[in-house]
Design a protein around this ligand. Structure first.
Ligand code: AMP
Ligand code: ZN
Length: 114
């Protein structure tokens, strides 16, 4: 794991975060600067820089990330809908270079996003 990667360190438990899910592959935490009533970040424990680094071999991981997002959306009571976002690179708005999905819900979302 890259020693200076914030989300590797959070996944390893070296930096505190509010965990809402943890298994052998995935950690989900509450975003420290929430943009909606529910704002959860889902990430693989193993370091992947961004969605730009994914290959077809990552399909099982992505299936688990999406299924975990759906489980969390259910447990958060987001029955009217929710949004999953993966920011990629500087122009995509990515600030932490460790793959993560934003699960946002609890308010109406706008389109197109900013
Ligand atoms: P992105 O800009 O897509 O890379 O998303 C990074 C997200 O991580 C932002 O929404 C930040 O608010 C969030 N974030 C940064 N540091 C922490 C932290 N220590 N704990 C929880 N969320 C964080
Ligand atoms: Zn990392």
């Amino acid at each position: 794991m890259p020693a200076d990667c914030l989300f590797c360190r959070i996944a390893a438990g070296e930096i505190p975060a509010t965990r809402v899910h943890e298994d052998d592959t995935i950690v989900a935490i509450r975003d420290v600067n929430p943009q909606a009533p529910t704002h959860i970040l889902l990430m693989p424990i193993a370091h992947i820089g961004s969605a730009a680094d994914l290959t077809a071999a990552d399909a099982p991981l992505l299936g688990r990330l999406f299924a975990t997002a759906a489980e969390l959306a259910r447990s958060e009571g987001l029955d009217n809908g929710w949004r999953l976002v993966a920011n990629v690179g500087p122009e995509g708005g990515q600030t932490v270079p460790h793959l993560h999905l934003h699960l946002l819900g609890g308010r109406s979302m706008h389109w197109p996003p900013g």
